[in-house]
Ligand binder design. Structure first.
Ligand SMILES: NC(=O)c1ccc[n+]([C@@H]2O[C@H](COP(=O)([O-])OP(=O)(O)OC[C@H]3O[C@@H](n4cnc5c(N)ncnc54)[C@H](O)[C@@H]3O)[C@@H](O)[C@H]2O)c1
Length: 256
């Protein structure tokens, strides 16, 4: 008989689950036995990932959500509870960036949207998930930050700041929610091969330009979605139940 998965019996919501890191986490969590709620603003992407999970024999639903909107986040949590009756893991992964550019070239409307998606989303996930986690007497948040919070690159100032907020909010939530047996951790990935790559680089994705970025990563390669997914499985696994307030760099040594 095969061993049960590390996340057997657990239910995970993954925002931005329709692409990149979120998609990889959805598959990795499902392989470990979790039931998955794929939340994404892009309905087609969320449905595609959900259909792939179901085709592999996993239990999953997709839900359209804009993580910056309270009504959407309420509906996401309600959909998870209606289908699966519990929520064990909330992955706040959906995020965006301005293109790499001088800081004064990012207009105010874009700044507001960036902070709503990358930072207000954490507030909204707390508002709608913490009462559920408190009722259950357990729960786990995983927030996707960035090495941008630790070693900011020029041209990404407002994005870097939004990820700095993810770090501090993660630690502050961890200490405040610990008495409720709610763990809160973050993952800080390095530059990765997802659709966001060219936004961060600010230059064409050529071999020469990649080489410049790779030179700043000691292990000499970009982050892969599977690197983040494996770190997220560790943080979601009840075996890591003494780990909270950690912002784990998954960065090939970039932040050393
Ligand atoms: N790609 C990188 O180099 C990198 C590095 C460090 C951190 N990150 C962070 O990782 C996270 C995921 O990024 P990715 O590279 O997988 O990006 P991605 O663009 O591949 O996927 C992001 C997903 O989030 C969804 N999304 C965007 N805005 C949303 C919203 N308001 N509500 C709901 N869904 C929304 C998109 O539709 C998309 O499916 C982000 O928080 C990003 O800041 C990325």
């Amino acid at each position: 008989m095969s061993n049960p998965g590390r996340l057997q019996g657990l239910v995970a919501i993954i925002t931005g689950g329709g692409s990149g890191f979120g998609e990889a986490m959805a598959h990795a969590f499902a392989r470990e036995g979790a039931r998955i709620v794929v939340g994404d603003l892009n309905v087609e992407a969320g449905d595609r990932v959900c259909a792939a999970l179901v085709a592999e024999g996993h239990e999953a639903i997709a839900c359209r959500v804009d993580v910056s909107q309270s009504d959407d986040m309420r509906a996401l949590v309600a959909a998870a509870l209606a289908r699966f009756g519990q929520i064990d893991i909330m992955v706040n992964n959906a995020g965006m960036s301005h293109a790499n550019r001088p800081m004064l070239e990012v207009d105010e409307a874009f700044f507001d949207r960036l902070f709503a998606v990358n930072v207000k989303s954490l507030y909204l996930s707390a508002v709608h998930c913490v009462p559920v986690f408190r009722r259950q007497r357990r729960g786990c948040f995983i927030n996707i930050g960035s090495t941008a919070a630790v070693r900011p690159r020029p041209g990404l100032t407002w994005y870097n700041g939004s990820k700095g907020a993810v770090t501090l909010i993660t630690k502050s939530m961890a200490v405040e929610l610990a008495p409720d047996n709610i763990r809160v951790n973050a993952i800080n990935p390095a530059l990765a091969e997802t659709p966001l790559l060219s936004t961060f680089m600010g230059v064409a994705d050529t071999a020469e330009n990649r080489a410049r970025f790779l030179a700043s990563i000691p292990l000499g390669r970009l982050c892969q979605p599977s690197d983040v997914a494996q770190a997220a499985v560790f943080l979601a696994d009840p075996a890591s139940n003494f780990v909270t307030g950690v912002c784990l760099e998954v960065d090939g040594g970039r932040c050393i």
